[in-house]
Ligand binder design. Structure first.
Ligand code: PLP
Length: 399
């Protein structure tokens, strides 16, 4: 008999399915605003100049050995400084356990497995909505999941009251997944004042915050500003964890370079936690890849390259912010009387447009514009050449 006769095809990934359909379309005006990857104003993928220069530094390196199980120590140190701040006392005190991870996804998965192993009674609370893969990650790590309110479809902004109520209602010492900035898919972040209230309530309830930070620098153009939620929690004395990705902010998508860090009581605990994180990595992939970590540590370890990176990441953020303004302006000029304020209020890679699935279907079938049915528009897919076409099409399907 056949070994795998009971295997049915897996459900198609909703985002990758959009790209497949886009590629199959031959219409000259077709647009892909589905996938969350940066594009230039010419609609092309971008390799940052700081990355090209770092690669020239690395070229000819005769180091092709395995990295340690926890990855590059130099990379981890740079990465944690970026997240927690150059002067963070938790770093000076050497009480953060940091391990290189397979980008943001791998960092989240390492944390989920760690949570399952060392806090088996704890559950994870995930915002509604969220990046769909969060659900898969904690499901496969066998951590029970709950959701908390986050987005209000009426205001197309934060449901702050609902969020606070759900945080209050959760059992003491629950683990919450928080998007550090540029919430995916909504583009809606709490204000600094709201983060302070959230942090205070977490203290009261003894909750734990895991910050998923896939877009540091990519949201506002300022890496410190995009890390403000983490800094607020640190100031309040929380022991947070942080899943970092260099996919978007350095354009290193395929390199799979990221970092998971966990703030501990003291150095001894940090050493123990790091050793256990390594034990989780070992049977899965032994040790992480080298090249991306070398690129990142070359950039962050060289003042000139780091300055260039800050300019380039701000350039990406600014282009997206400009496209938000242009899209809103073009909708008004197309004659739309609807309120599109949320397009410029939201931040980061995505605009949660408020288009319903039927309207999205019409965008695709009539105008060859591809996006997920939840109405999420990847701002990076918009440029000066296609923004008017998109605005006119959105106006047609919403009038
Ligand atoms: N977390 C969020 C919220 C994301 O949007 C993404 C990417 O889209 C990731 C994590 C992980 O991305 P990667 O694994 O490519 O770093």
């Amino acid at each position: 008999g056949s070994w795998w006769k009971d295997v049915q095809p897996a459900a198609r990934d909703p985002i990758l399915g959009v790209t497949e359909a886009f590629l199959a379309d031959t219409h000259p005006s077709k647009m892909n605003v589905g996938v969350g990857a940066y594009r230039t104003d010419e609609g092309k993928p971008l390799v940052l100049e700081c990355v090209r220069q770092a690669e020239r530094h690395i070229a000819g390196s005769n180091f092709m050995e395995y990295l340690p199980m926890g990855g590059s120590v130099v990379f981890n140190d740079h990465s944690m400084k970026l997240a927690y701040g150059e002067e963070a006392s938790v770093l000076a005190d050497k009480r953060v356990a940091g391990i290189q991870a397979l980008s943001g996804t791998g960092a989240c998965r390492l944390f989920a497995d760690f949570q399952r192993r060392f806090k088996p009674e704890s559950h994870i609370f995930i915002p509604v909505p969220t990046w769909a893969n969060h659900h898969n990650i904690w499901r496969d790590a066998h951590v029970p999941q709950h959701t908390f309110r986050y987005y209000d479809p009426v205001t197309k902004g934060l449901d702050f009251a609902g969020l606070m109520e759900d945080v209050k209602r959760a059992p003491e010492a629950s683990v919450f997944l928080l998007h550090a900035c540029a919430h995916n898919p909504t583009g809606v972040d709490p204000s600094p004042e709201q983060w302070k209230e959230i942090s205070a309530l977490f203290k009261e309830k003894n909750h734990f915050a895991l910050f998923d930070m896939a877009y540091q620098g990519f949201a506002s153009g300022d890496t410190n500003r995009d890390a403000q939620a983490i800094r607020i929690f640190l100031d309040d004395g929380h022991q947070v964890a942080c899943a970092q990705s260099f996919a978007k902010n350095m354009g290193l998508y395929g390199q799979r370079v990221g970092c998971l860090s966990v703030v501990c009581d003291d150095t001894q605990q940090a050493v123990a936690v790091k050793s256990q994180l390594q034990q989780i990595a070992r049977p899965m992939y032994s040790n992480p890849p080298l090249h991306g970590a070398l690129i990142v540590s070359t950039i962050l370890g060289d003042p000139d390259l780091k300055a260039l990176w800050h300019t380039e990441v701000k350039g990406m953020a600014d282009r997206i912010i400009t496209m938000r303004e242009l899209l809103k302006k073009n909708l008004v000029e197309a004659g739309s009387h609807l309120n599109w304020q949320h397009i410029t209020d939201q931040i980061g890679m995505f605009c949660f447009s408020g288009l319903n699935p039927e309207q999205v279907d019409r965008l695709t079938s009539q105008f060859h514009i591809y996006l997920t049915r939840n109405g999420r528009i990847s701002m990076a897919g918009i440029n000066s050449n296609n923004v008017e076409y998109l605005a006119n099409a959105i106006h047609e399907v919403t009038r």
